[in-house]
Design a protein around this ligand. Structure first.
Ligand code: PMP
Length: 443
């Protein structure tokens, strides 16, 4: 097939790693779903700004003012990138996990939460203090909508409710019917938050078009490092909530009371939930990444990624021992995230061999989505085991899976090397023995 566009330049393209079989090879980063390599452009933009770095919202000096403007402009630019409504709030957080925990603290009293068991732990777990209904894994997108509708129909129609759903699965890469789920939520008087951690790096996200109430994503999966994330959406719940963190920046006025205590007037802007010195470099890096993706054009990026997905799936289809994990089936629309198991192999050993013998970095484990991966593997719900830790001996049925994930910076060669490696490992076996040491699988 004709190449649609070149991969976007990312950091780490020329990094070489040693092979256990001798020599070295350029590293093939195929774990974008965990953390994508930063775009070179993001790095350059941050480096150009670095000498002008100053404290945000605090200093009277020129550079402090510059950084404050940069931070507030970042808020506007990212809100535009997400196509937010004009009165939405956009809070800079540390990550998707942080964003969803923030929203969980902002739930109105008596809020019911609905979440599929298939979610990443970041969207599955923060709601524990509320009344949560966990929905069984659907087997089609339509079933997801009907399952949600049924659950919502049974809820107390007068109380507040929130649905939390992923846009693209971090395990199967499959797209979820977000617009339809949002319509179902709203038809039943509930609100919806979109976990776009895996969607935003691959597709444009429009809050207005999807009609979601909030969206959350992480900078480090969107080709920007520096521990930054975003929660954007409806202002009312955020304004009414206690500040996520108490401290400077979130408070407008603090006064001593006559009885010796302290009265606090909190901001009712996004700053309410951003106490402490904000991560201006992180916010600026996200802006740079948003601009780079927009300029490259999502149409082009999506077309290329679909070509890469087809290439990997065609390669894996030639290996009958490989089983790709999927909820919605082969034809479901998806992003470049593919999890699989290999007959007769322990997944952790397979992943270790890909690293040690081929210089390929994938992930093994349950991908912080334990219930979903167990459903897909058909293993018992109560099976023990941590994310990433090998759970079975060599030759035993694997209790976890292997995941490769890629995106705008992935060269074709990395995927070709991966396919070759899978075929060689399956046909010839690993050249080395692997065992577990300190929770890590090593040769
Ligand atoms: N949601 C999904 C779908 C994810 O894939 C991830 C990260 N694997 C998260 C949430 C959490 O993101 P972070 O670790 O950046 O908080």
């Amino acid at each position: 097939a004709q190449t649609i566009c070149a991969p976007l330049p990312v950091l780490g393209r020329d990094v070489t790693v040693p092979l256990v079989t001798g020599g070295e090879v350029t590293y093939a980063a195929l774990d974008y779903a965990a953390s994508a390599p930063a775009l070179q452009r993001v790095w350059d933009d941050v480096a150009a700004y670095a000498p002008y770095y100053g404290s945000v919202h605090r200093g009277a000096g020129y550079l402090s003012q510059l950084s404050t403007d940069l931070f507030e402009n970042a808020r506007r630019t990212v809100a535009e990138f997400l196509d937010c409504r004009s009165d939405d709030h956009l809070v800079f957080t540390r990550s998707t996990t942080d964003s969803l925990n923030l929203l969980a603290r902002a739930l109105p009293a008596g809020c019911q939460v609905f979440v599929f068991e298939t979610e990443h732990h970041a969207s599955l777990l923060p709601w524990q203090d509320a009344h949560v209904t966990y929905l069984d894994a659907p087997r089609t997108p339509q079933q997801a909508v009907s399952t949600l509708e049924r659950a919502l129909a049974e809820r107390d129609p007068y109380g507040p409710a929130l649905v939390c759903v992923t846009g693209a699965s971090n395990v199967t890469g499959e797209l979820w019917p977000v617009r339809e789920l949002a319509a179902a939520a709203h038809a039943h008087g509930a609100r919806i938050v979109l976990d776009a951690a895996q969607l935003a790096p691959h597709h444009p996200v429009s809050v207005r078009d999807l009609d979601v109430d909030w969206v959350a994503f992480s900078g480090h999966k969107l080709y920007a490092p520096f521990g930054s994330g975003v929660l954007a959406g409806r202002a009312d719940w955020l304004r009414a909530a206690e500040p996520y963190l108490a401290g400077g920046g979130a408070s407008r006025r603090v006064t001593r009371r006559g009885d010796g205590g302290v009265d606090v007037e909190w901001h009712d802007t996004a700053a309410r939930h951003e106490a402490g010195s904000p991560n201006v470099i992180g916010a600026y890096a996200i802006v740079s990444a948003c601009k780079a993706l927009t300029e490259a054009g999502f149409d082009t990026l999506v077309a290329r990624e679909q070509q890469l997905i087809a290439r990997v799936r065609a390669g894996l289809a030639e290996v009958p021992e490989v089983r790709i994990l999927s909820l919605f089936g082969d034809d479901a629309p998806r992003v470049g995230v593919i999890s699989f198991v290999v007959d007769g192999w322990n997944s952790s050993h397979f992943a270790a061999a890909l690293s040690a013998e081929y210089g390929i970095g994938v992930r093994d484990g349950l991908f912080c989505a334990h219930p979903l991966v167990r459903t897909l593997l058909g293993t018992a719900p109560q099976t023990q085991g941590e994310c990433g830790a090998p759970e079975s001996a060599p030759g035993e049925k694997s209790l976890n899976a292997i995941r490769l994930s890629f995106g705008a910076g992935t060269p074709d060669e990395h995927l070709d090397r991966f396919i070759t490696a899978v075929k060689e490992l399956v046909h010839n076996g690993a050249k080395w023995q692997y065992h577990t040491e300190n929770g890590r699988c090593v040769p």
